[in-house]
Design a binder for this molecule. Structure first.
Ligand code: ACO
Length: 322
């Protein structure tokens, strides 16, 4: 028994910001950004919230699956840019959707968040606790990015993606692996509120995203192929049998490096980061939804999904599309 995806959805803010527009804000160029990252534009919120985007993506996934919000039993939202400390984004999305029966909570594993949430949903469904789950990844990273730091502000975008999963007898999610390495947490970080009470008042160290780009690059190109190889070995599937590698959309050069290490042709690695930038936990479900709506996912196709990011966290899964 496993789970399969029966509907996908996504939502992006209306405003699209091109590299050219960023040239007027920081010392950068369209050429530099495209060459180093593959990114050409990204969507940035001018009013859309994490909850409005995620609820919209979830609504579209339900519509795509032909299901009602009232049928959802588990609602997981992966995010590292929630609107509020409390309540969690998933409870806000539950209310916006009217998914009254769903148990709702958040999960933060940064750019690996959606993948970790999908695996968590699988564990609940396999254990027979819930029959279905709405799994979303949403981010409004533009509010935690330092817009004066050209090393990071050019990379990120806002958006949300979701999928509805349910129990199936064969195919679907065939296996997954997950890893965390907290010892390298400083490579990519963003502090939340500092300790402040009547007895102590500490300064915030890094109120915005701070990143050692080279370290992140090296980590992704080394560890992601290892985790993909691990999950393929675990499920007895060869690299050649995989139709599509749906990877976290951080940087085109990272994806090319991973393809090379796996010995897989780059044509099997779909990308949308040229249009949407790096949307952290929203990256994989938004790309999956685009592929689904473009009719590029056919029954029986084997997909590898792989997420990686701050934590450090990384993981991969293999699924047979149905
Ligand atoms: N425009 C122009 N010049 C820039 C920019 C910019 N936007 N950003 C940095 N530079 C400059 C630097 O200041 C530096 O100048 P210097 O040589 O005069 O000091 C020069 O470009 C080279 O800087 P590096 O940081 O060494 O550039 P690098 O080739 O490593 O590219 C990048 C930077 C694109 C961030 C790269 O390290 C990378 O892709 N890392 C992966 C990080 C990533 O994708 N993070 C996403 C979040 S994590 C995740 O999703 C997994």
């Amino acid at each position: 028994m496993a789970i399969r995806i029966i509907g996908t959805g996504s939502a992006l803010p209306k405003k699209q910001v091109t590299n050219k527009e960023l040239e007027s804000r920081v010392d950068t160029s369209d050429e530099w950004i495209r060459e180093r990252t593959g990114i050409g534009s990204r969507h940035i919120s001018t009013g859309e919230t994490l909850v409005s985007l995620t609820a919209q993506a979830c609504g579209r996934a339900l519509e795509n699956a032909g299901r009602q919000a009232s049928e959802v039993e588990l609602l997981l939202v992966a995010t590292c840019s929630p609107e509020r400390g409390i309540p969690c984004a998933a409870c806000q999305v539950q209310s916006a959707l009217g998914a009254d029966r769903a148990v709702a909570f958040d999960l933060n594993a940064a750019c690996a968040g959606f993948l970790f949430a999908l695996n968590t949903a699988c564990a609940y469904v396999e254990a027979g606790i819930y029959r279905n789950a709405l799994v979303a990844g949403g981010e409004v990273l533009s509010k935690i990015v330092d817009w004066t730091d050209r090393g990071t502000c050019i990379l990120f975008g806002d958006g949300a993606g979701a999928c509805l999963v349910e129990k199936c007898d064969r195919g679907g999610l065939l296996g997954f692996v997950q890893h965390s390495d907290g010892s390298r947490g400083d490579v990519l970080k963003c502090d939340s509120r500092p300790l402040k009470n009547p007895f102590v008042s500490l300064e915030m160290e890094a109120p915005y995203v701070q990143m050692d780009g080279r370290e992140v690059f090296a980590f992704a190109v080394r560890q992601v192929p290892e985790s993909i190889t691990e999950v393929l070995h675990k499920t007895g599937i060869a690299v050649e049998e995989v139709d599509l590698f749906v990877l976290h959309q951080a940087n085109r050069r990272i994806i090319e490096g991973i393809a090379k290490r796996l010995g897989a042709d780059i044509s099997r690695f779909p990308v949308n980061l040229d249009r949407v930038g790096n949307m952290s936990s929203a990256a994989i479900p938004v790309l999956l939804d685009e592929l689904n709506r473009q009719g590029k996912l056919q029954a029986g196709m084997k997909l590898v999904l792989s997420g990686f990011g701050a934590g450090l966290t990384y993981g991969s899964c293999v699924m047979e599309w149905q």
